[in-house]
Design a protein around this ligand. Structure first.
Ligand SMILES: [Zn+2]
Length: 120
């Protein structure tokens, strides 16, 4: 009876160890993806700063203009949350569709993407 119990316990321990190994691999993959996204975000921030510095140098735009426009775009969806939510209206049924959706999820009509930012 003890032998059966030990075999049963050994099987459970082995299965738990395998599950932990798989979880550890998944954590490693998630960390790699996170580092990659952080690097891309840093690069996009750098590009944005470069674009803004060029605009300031070559136009009459000011920091206040930028801050006001950010606040204005933030409030497009009615919520001040430092996020932009580009909900478009379907040409066919008028219901809201996501910025990346080419076909309406309600009526199926094709709604061509007309802004480069909708692909983000
Ligand atoms: Zn529709």
């Amino acid at each position: 009876m003890d032998l059966l119990w030990e075999m049963f316990q050994h099987g459970k321990i082995s299965k738990a160890s395998s599950t932990a190994d798989k979880a550890s691999i998944e954590v490693g993959k998630a960390q790699t993806r996170t580092y990659s996204l952080e690097a891309k975000l840093d690069h996009l921030g750098l590009i944005n700063r470069a674009m803004w510095s060029l605009l300031k140098e070559r136009t009459e735009l000011t920091e206040k203009d930028l801050i006001d426009r950010v606040a204005e775009l933030d409030m497009v969806d009615g919520k001040k949350d430092n996020k932009i939510h580009d909900i478009r209206e379907c040409y066919g049924c008028g219901k809201g569709i996501g910025p990346k959706e080419e076909n309406c999820i309600y009526c199926g009509l094709s709604n061509p993407i007309t802004s480069a930012f909708n692909k983000l």
